[in-house]
Design a protein around this ligand. Sequence first.
Ligand code: AHR
Length: 518
Amino acid sequence: MNRTLLKLRQTFIVFFITVIGFSQSDKTVIEIKNDDESPIISKHIYGHFAEHLGRCIYDGIYVGENSKIPNTNGVRNDIIDALKAIKIPNLRWPGGCFADTYHWKDGVGPKKDRPSMVNRWWGGVVEDNSFGTHDFLNLCEVLGTEPYLAANVGSSTVKDFTEYIQYVGHKEGSPMSDYRIENGRKEPWKVKYWGVGNEMWGCGGNMTPEHYANIYRQYATFMTDWTNSDGLFRIASGANVADYHWTEVLMRDIPKFLIEGVALHSYSFVEWNKKGSSTKFNEAQYFSTMQTALKMEELIIKHTAIMDKYDPKNEIALIVDEWGGWYEVEEGTNPGFLYQQNTIRDAMIAGTTLNIFNNHSDRVKMANLAQTVNVLQAVILTEGEKMLLTPTYHVMKMYTVHHDAKLLPLSFTSPSYEFNNESLPAISASASKDKDGVVHISLVNIDSSKENTLEIDCSNLDIKDFTGSILTSKNLQDHNTFDNPTKIQTTTFKDFKFKKGKLKIILPPFSVVILESK
Ligand code: AHR
């Protein structure tokens, strides 16, 4: 064969391989299973977290009864409405690190008589205790959400803890129920979720897991469900990220009759010691943030494997009660207040993390985004009378369709998002069927520049068509501001076709999409 012919033949082969290669790999095929055995995605996975930190409670949720800003018992009405719209299923309070310095008795009774304290973890500001247990539990009632009280173990006593449980839950005739009634609340509240300390490996007391496991056993022994309902849900302070030894010791040393949940905390960031701006970041920083965010799946798998060993019947839940993006504070704000903006990058963290939780809802029964208002990956930001909803808020709203729906497991191999010789799965997905039989598929494409084509085989589900909604923007750094609070919001998504049970979708770069069956 002469050189020209050889060259031609090689070119043809390359062309052939490229064309065939493309036709096989330019679309990602997703299998969707209609599995009767699969779990219900607990709505509590969509929980939130409000700490006495910076402007989350004061000058955030709570502006005081005398504020000009429209409020109900001091809580902003616009925040109440916004949180109701995303159906927040539970709210964790009062910390965080603050919880193990908090003495609940300082926050009940007439506000003018409440003692002050210094918030030693967050900016050293004076906490006047004007937002206390009554304020919080009444707010939960207004929101129709379940309270999750993180109680003080690090700097308090078993007596104080058990009195707290009696104060909120005992009907009448006991010292603590009488104290509550004297403070203006006749009926007990129903508080099911109790955190037994927070981050006991760190700000909760710098304990070893062995020491904490013993302390936990002691506290849990005296926790009584005074409401005579279905029992308290006791949550042990869990591991920091990949501290598998912590989970191992807790699962090994705490008897099952004393525990319902083990926590886990994991945040997403560029580098812990060099977090970078929340809005001015480059692709390398975006990529690193997504690397830590997607790590959540490995963490859940590995912590679950340890739990499976000690709890093969899956009776103890994994509770990811702190997660979210963590950057440097906004310029000019108190570094101890953790106030940061929220961009499309945060929507990517939210969408992918919630898909991970959905897909592991057999063990993950609850989670709490840190934090609700003005702190870390907030769903709401405020400035004086103004309020804005962040991209993360919109993702939370889109995903309400998965609350208490049955998981439909998916199987697929994601295309890669490549950057600087490293790669991440570009596509994240989860699906569920709600009690009315409506199927929802949530899809995220984290790629910073490439759209991805997906084909979802829905032939084993009885679906006639789909409708769609999308959250995206021109740039990853885009965010809502007080001058332009609706720059990023959910819009209708139409870039899909449904034919003969196959759903073909073109997913734009950095987008979150929800498809709903008709
Ligand atoms: O969410 C902010 C802080 O992060 C919490 O107070 C603490 O539990 C964690 O380290």
